[in-house]
Design a protein around this ligand. Sequence first.
Ligand SMILES: [Zn+2]
Length: 242
Amino acid sequence: MHKFDAKKFFMKWGAAMIAAVAVAIAMGAPLVAAAILDAQDAPVVVVDAGHGGADAGVVGVRTGIKESQINLNVAKLLGEYLIAGGIKVVYTRTGDYMNSHAKVKDNKKRADMFFRGDVINEAKPDAVISIHMNFYSSPARRGAQAFFDKHSEEGERLAAIVQELLNRDVNCDLGGREYAALSAEKYLLECSPYPAVIAECGFLSNPLDEAALIDPDFQARLAYTLFQATVIFLQKTALFGE
Ligand SMILES: [Zn+2]
């Protein structure tokens, strides 16, 4: 059983970790996994890149870029930052494919979702960060939004932190408005008892959001915002949880 025993570590070093990774990113330095945490006590985070393979998700109105590709880029960067911060990362996918599942043969999408659910439940993570891009019938809508399962207090807390930082780093800058985290009925949020958030990082139905979302620098910025939010959540869990 995984034990979140990094309490004291995060109380003391969480902010320093964010700063250290920020400096490495700013300098373009390679992110070397920090051996500062005893591997057994390190918190575990599942990083979930939405969609993949035949399931491209939504596509950009202007460029036709696949959501699945942006999700994967952001997920891999987020994973790198977390690992650099001494956190154990478990990915639900690391390439452009759908996962299969031994018990679901007739529905590829469901098999892929069940596989993700299994990964999460086996990892027993301290947080699940699922990355998606949004789409809406009205092209005017833009911005990044966080979703949680209404039955999970911890998930709601995680989503609130993610939303706060997305507002600070993305929404106020680009869209000029803030969002509140919302509850949603999604398998990925409901499939495990662990705190989970779906970050819909912007609207591929909005040309301005799309232009930002295809930019590798912006993808890195998103990943860094999600990294910060994750560390802050883990710190707060260490201080007030359990
Ligand atoms: Zn999606």
